[in-house]
Design a protein around this ligand. Structure first.
Ligand SMILES: *Cc1c(COP(=O)(O)O)cnc(C)c1O
Length: 432
């Protein structure tokens, strides 16, 4: 499998090169030259396959011969070494819980896969790699956790000061070792812009071997398909589900769409956004108009210029009518999100966190118009990651703190504060 740049000005590369460089030299995102279709027998035996088998079958064509099968199988097995339960909330809504990994958010899947691939590739190279990652909260900790103590890799995380939750910040800033947290006095979009600038800076790239661990990177983006298959494996009906994806940078939704084009039986997708919704305007007016992000209680989706939007357009060959047919838009306010958390908790005894609640509210709106269908929300994080928000809505004591985060509360945050300008980042990288 070769990957081409969506800016079409750089040569196509292998999975190995795409994973190591993150972004193409022409600043485009890499995109697979074909989306392989899974065999009928794969779907026939889906219910009986193990999580590792599914992951291996799905990702193998994308990795090609850049990683030997046995090693790739081990990488897959380690990546999905936790539960992905599909829980019934009520008669028409199921929740795919993606928060049972080490940092309690779905980003563990992509980050664990990517870090293992880069670890594999770095064995045959003696050059130290610097992984740069902008985070709105969950990516940073998942990536840091995946790369902690991986030899030959340094991780530099940029996060927006004051815009991540307490637990998220502790997860990012307390690991130390080969992980450094830069606390940027700006927004997530500032962080993302600074990272993109770093990749196109000649001087930096001469001195350092930089790579991106955002969903820009195909090694992080593509494995996010796995759990759509785990959802379908557990789906109890003959008819196809509607899947509501809480979306910020659109990596997760685009991975679901890739799974769909590979043959995954999904009736419809919902791009569930908070107030930072650029998709609705695209659906209405066919224009993609990036905006400045505003802060919401579902902060991991506070993205005004989603990087993966271009991948979605490419998947549908830029055909607006097909996108509109397959994906519905929905923008959910903070008030609605809070009311949803309270309502579902009291009526269904199920605790949503803000991102899952956005997906739930959006799915409900869709099902009201399509009452014969049923659907799945992706619950992308554990409520404890947003306990400051959740507690305000349903009171103290509702969120049980898992042992894995309890020890964090005793640790001291360590970050380096920088301005939201590229020169500050460059200065740090050159003199670290
Ligand atoms: C990152 C994140 C999202 C958004 O996912 P994208 O792939 O950026 O659209 C949603 N929920 C949570 C909890 C996240 O961490």
């Amino acid at each position: 499998m070769q990957y081409y740049s969506l800016n079409k000005q750089s040569p196509a590369v292998s999975f190995r090169e795409a994973a190591i460089s993150g972004q193409a030299p022409d600043k485009g995102l890499y995109f697979p030259e074909t989306v392989p279709v899974l065999s009928a027998s794969f779907f026939e035996k889906l219910k009986t396959l193990s999580k590792a088998d599914i992951a291996f079958e799905v990702i193998k064509p994308y990795v090609g011969n850049t990683i030997p099968d046995a090693d790739l199988y081990t990488i897959c097995k380690e990546t999905v070494d936790f539960e992905f339960p599909l829980k019934k909330i009520n008669e028409s809504v199921y929740s795919l819980e993606l928060f049972h990994g080490p940092t309690l958010a779905f980003k563990d899947v992509g980050a664990r896969f990517m870090s293992r691939c880069l670890g594999h590739f770095s064995k045959s190279s003696d050059k130290e790699v610097t992984v740069l990652v902008a985070t709105s909260g969950d990516t940073g900790s998942a990536v840091a956790n995946g790369f902690l103590d991986v030899k030959g890799v340094n991780v530099v995380i940029l996060y927006p000061s004051g815009k991540v939750s307490r637990i998220q910040e502790l997860q990012l800033t307390t690991l130390g070792r080969n992980i450094t947290a830069l606390e940027v006095q700006g927004t997530f979009d500032d962080c993302q812009t600074m990272v993109k600038q770093a990749f196109s800076d000649g001087e930096l790239n001469k001195k350092l071997s930089l790579t991106s661990a955002n969903s820009i990177n195909v090694a992080r983006w593509l494995p996010q398909q796995f759990y759509y298959f785990y959802a379908l494996q557990q789906w109890p009906y003959e008819f196809e589900p509607v899947i509501s994806v809480p979306s910020g940078n659109f990596g997760n939704l685009c991975a679901g769409l890739v799974a769909y084009f590979s043959g995954a039986p999904v009736a419809h997708f919902i791009a569930a956004c908070n107030s930072n919704d650029v998709f609705s305007e695209y659906i209405l007016n066919r224009v993609f108009n990036p905006k400045t992000a505003v802060a919401t209680i579902s902060n991991a989706m506070d993205v005004g210029n989603p990087s993966n939007f271009v991948r979605m357009l490419e998947l549908f060959s830029h055909q607006h009518s097909r996108i509109k047919e397959m994906i519905s838009n929905c923008s959910v306010t903070d008030a609605k999100t809070s009311a949803t958390i309270a309502g579902v908790y009291h009526e269904n005894n199920y605790l949503l966190e803000p991102h899952g609640a956005v997906a739930y509210a959006a799915l409900l709106e869709y099902l009201e118009k399509h009452p014969s269908q049923k659907g799945i929300i992706l619950e992308t994080a554990h409520p404890v990651k947003f306990d400051d928000v959740v507690k305000k809505i349903i009171g103290e004591g509702a969120v049980k703190i898992p042992a894995s985060v309890e020890h964090l509360l005793q640790l001291q945050k360590r970050s380096i504060v920088i301005n939201p300008v590229f020169s500050d980042l460059k200065e740090f990288l050159l003199h670290q």
